[in-house]
Design a protein around this ligand. Structure first.
Ligand SMILES: [Ca+2]
Length: 341
């Protein structure tokens, strides 16, 4: 666990205090304590799987990313052998092996997670305020394939993005630089998600292959996630429906999950805190990674270029920290303390 967890406070923008964020009350101590107390009551009264609780969200400043409070809970991480008959045509055994054996995870502390993947507008604000320099060169879609372009970067990933689309074409160091800046600006220690936290939120109480289903054959699939679909490259290698997006989609374009979080599956692939491992055998049962320094890290959720079988709750893929691709982005988290007041 990094640093000391903070009491949750900030600007509640959803649930119980809608609209207060526009009145710049974030710095008022009395309101902070009131908000914290209300969040404690609501979150501790939830079921732990997101299915019965109204999402509670907040911002640590008026321009900060919106965060959703996630209560403690337990879940089964990973996949059973039985699902290979559904996904095996696309996902090879080495990749599938990373999801096994299933592991009982107990997340004993609540935490807060970005309601959306970090947006281009949020990253742009960081870059403009700090003059942070990212290195150019990114793997982008070009000449009907994905290949390195030395001029591409997060501001020019080879396709058009709105300010609400997830930022992509950044390295892990670029992600951590944003997180360090946000932490310093707010006084709260933000971080990447732990991998177990990621899957807990992605599942949101489900045990199915996708959070909403055990099948990707229906048209409804395209309501839930921006993945490779009938209109995507390579042609015909995707969900049998049209989700409307060849590349990234603006945050909130698809249905939220039971925790009130968007785009855990699809849109941008999300890098997490944990090192990549060949299986779940030694994964920490409390979800907190034993080490966060390694040569290859885990990425989750698939993306707009990935087939639905690669865009699942349990899918784990390895990625180098220096990788920059048109589909790789990130989501932020920070610790919160619930029920201490
Ligand atoms: Ca798509």
């Amino acid at each position: 666990m990094e640093g000391h967890p903070h009491l949750i406070h900030g600007c509640v923008v959803n649930g119980i205090l809608d609209g207060y964020s526009n009145h710049r009350i974030c710095g008022r101590i009395t309101m902070r304590l009131m908000i914290a107390a209300l969040i404690v009551v609501i979150v501790m009264g939830s079921s732990g799987d997101g299915s019965h609780a109204k999402p509670v969200s907040f911002r640590d400043c008026s321009d900060c990313p919106e965060m959703i409070v996630i209560p403690p809970g337990r879940f089964l991480m990973g996949s059973l052998d039985e699902i290979y008959s559904v996904i095996g045509k696309y996902v090879g055994l080495p990749s599938f092996g990373r999801e096994k054996p299933q592991k009982k995870i107990s997340l004993d502390n609540g935490f807060a997670i970005g309601k959306f993947e970090v947006k281009r507008s949020e990253y742009s604000r960081f870059v403009s305020l700090t003059s942070y320099k990212t290195e150019s060169a990114c793997d982008i879609f070009k000449d009907n394939t994905i290949k390195l372009d030395l001029r591409a970067n997060w501001n020019n990933p080879g396709f058009n993005q709105t300010s609400n689309d997830p930022v992509v074409c950044i390295t892990r160091a670029d992600m951590l630089a944003y997180i360090a800046w946000l932490s310093k600006a707010t006084g709260y220690k933000y971080r990447l998600l732990y991998e177990a936290e990621w899957e807990y939120v992605a599942r949101a109480g489900s045990s199915t292959i996708w959070p909403w289903s055990d099948s990707y054959s229906g048209k409804d699939f395209c309501k839930f996630a921006n993945v490779s679909d009938v209109g995507s490259w390579p042609e015909g290698e995707g969900a049998p429906c049209n989700d409307g997006f060849l590349f990234t989609a603006p945050a909130g374009s698809f249905l939220k999950n039971a925790f009130g979080v968007h785009d855990m599956i699809g849109n941008a692939m999300e890098m997490v805190q944990d090192c990549s491992t060949p299986n779940l055998k030694d994964s920490p049962s409390n979800g907190i990674p034993k080490t966060t320094e390694c040569s290859v890290y885990s990425v989750r959720g698939g993306s707009f270029v990935h087939h639905p079988t690669y865009s699942r709750s349990a899918m784990r893929q390895p990625e180098y920290p220096f990788s920059k691709t048109l589909y790789l982005g990130f989501r932020i988290a920070r610790d919160v303390v619930l029920g201490s007041q």
